[in-house]
Design a protein around this ligand. Structure first.
Ligand code: 5GP
Length: 242
């Protein structure tokens, strides 16, 4: 592959074009940010770990008929992906109350939700990624009503698979964030990544201790320590899942 200048640099990945306009290269970085990039740092081996976890999960989802942008891995921290136009939406699915849901509703941390909650946030750093209503989302034409319905259906299907998958890894899937994009045929593809950066993952074997159980980016956000160990542990369990 010839060397290209980068197309885009985000907080966790750099996207490069390739010789094929339908294919891009995502290089996963070790950089870590939180609270809209007000907190910055680095997590050793994060690029490689998140690429491996995401790649495995995307392949499992593809095997279950969910279309993703994943193609293959040219290197340990690299993913070849289908070029898509990312919809400016962060789609969050929650099974257990944590994070902003607790802050905004007063629900106690750890409350098991009777049904998974699917929420849409406006992917806009300047505005701080605000929670959207369906009407606001449609008003701003961030997606069509049909796309909103398809995304909701896909998000719940992805949650069903991921919840069971992580259960087999002895991990509770608390919540996670997804991003979707449209390819050149206007086909909706699951994009971005699914990793400890974008999911809340609680170690079942650690019991109810609110700090010990955390195997995700909350260790970085809340300065809990052992961030690398937690990411490595998730990778190990995901690759050895029964
Ligand atoms: P919350 O709304 O509680 O902050 O986040 C809910 C879930 O979505 C968590 O698993 C969190 O990691 C993920 N999430 C929400 N927004 C972002 C974001 O901007 N970046 C990343 N990496 N994850 C996010």
């Amino acid at each position: 592959m010839s060397v290209h200048t980068k197309l885009y640099e985000g907080k966790a990945k750099i996207i490069y074009p390739t010789d094929d306009p339908e294919i891009l290269l995502a290089v996963f970085k070790d950089d870590a940010t939180a609270f809209n990039a007000q907190k910055r740092g680095s997590i050793q081996e994060k690029g490689r770990i998140n690429n491996s976890i995401s790649s495995k999960l995307f392949q499992e989802l593809e095997a279950r008929g969910i279309k993703t942008h994943f193609i293959d891995n040219p290197a340990a921290n690299q993913m070849r992906i289908r070029a898509v136009k990312i919809l400016p939406l962060e789609v969050v699915v929650r099974n257990i109350a944590a994070g902003s849901l607790c802050q905004q509703t007063g629900l106690p941390l750890g409350t098991v939700l009777k049904m998974p909650l699917v929420e849409f946030y406006y992917k806009n750093d300047q505005l701080g990624d605000p929670l959207l209503t369906r009407d606001r989302l449609l008003l701003m034409e961030l997606a069509t009503p049909e796309q909103v319905d398809s995304i909701t259906h896909l998000a719940l299907k992805i949650n069903d698979f991921l919840k069971e998958f992580f259960q087999r890894c002895n991990i509770t899937l608390v919540d996670f964030k997804l991003e979707f994009g449209l390819d050149s045929q206007q086909q909706l593809l699951l994009a971005d990544e699914i990793s400890p950066d974008t999911c809340r993952l609680w170690d079942i074997s650690a019991g109810d201790d609110p700090n010990l159980r955390v195997l995700d980016k909350d260790r970085f956000r809340r300065d809990l320590g052992n961030v690398e160990d937690a990411y490595q542990e998730v990778l190990k369990r995901v690759l050895n899942e029964l």
